[in-house]
Write a protein that binds this ligand. Sequence first.
Ligand code: OAD
Length: 267
Amino acid sequence: MPVAVEKACQEGAGQVMSGAAETLARCCKPSTRLVILSGSGMSAESGIPTFRDAQTGLWSRFRPEDLATPEAFARDPERVWRWYEHRRDGVRAARPHAGHRALVDLETRVARLTIVTQNVDGLHQRSGSQRVLELHGNMLRSICSVSRKPISETWLSTAEDVPPRSPHASEGLARPDVVWFGESLPEHAFHEAVGEVNNCDVCIAVGTSALVQPAASLPMIAREAGALLAEINPVPTPLSDHVDVFLREPAGRALTQLLSIMQAMPG
Ligand code: OAD
């Protein structure tokens, strides 16, 4: 653990605490700038399969990497649109879980909490988190495949074609407003995310395999800038060897535990 962070974590200690969750809780103080980097494991307990587990039923013979690409959409737009319809149905039926709600509460206990998410399901916002940067877009929004202008739900609900034609360009089709393999991240969101990790005291990676760049580089940027780096995941990842604190648990349990320790700490 970086010396400055270790010192910060020890300040105000005195109470007997043990274990990784306590260490992390001690570092999340009213003056702390906290960044959460979330991945699809964060949504798993809401019933949304993780990115690499997303293929069920009819879709089990396709790899997500073969559907979430501009080439797949150019080749077979109907198949890709229907795959997203299937996933959107799951997202609409899902509800934020206790871990999402713990993050909303954590916002009130630290100086600044930013969630940088790779998830495209909008669950952090639905649970009430205020500051969420979407690195990979949001599958509940649609844009024109040519102009990238937003397409409204009203337009989509009256469309008969699959995918619906775009109202913005004669050759355009509606497509999900997400980042596909081979596409660039939204510049503004990524730029802001880099700024946040460069200026945070604590960064917690939750439910991500830490395999997909450039999102996977963010926790290491935080660490190099002197932040305490923590990870929440039931399974070790390539990041695990580099973290100061590893909570080897599902997101819901780990985040509620973290919150309840913080609630019990003297103010
Ligand atoms: P992955 O599916 O690669 O990884 C999900 C991670 O969540 C794994 O490490 C699991 O061990 C972990 N996990 C599963 N259940 C969990 C739980 N209950 N609590 C905590 N962790 C749990 O998903 P991502 O890392 O999000 O991008 O994948 C990153 C990006 O890969 C996705 O956003 C997607 C894909 O490329 C795009 O579509 C652009």
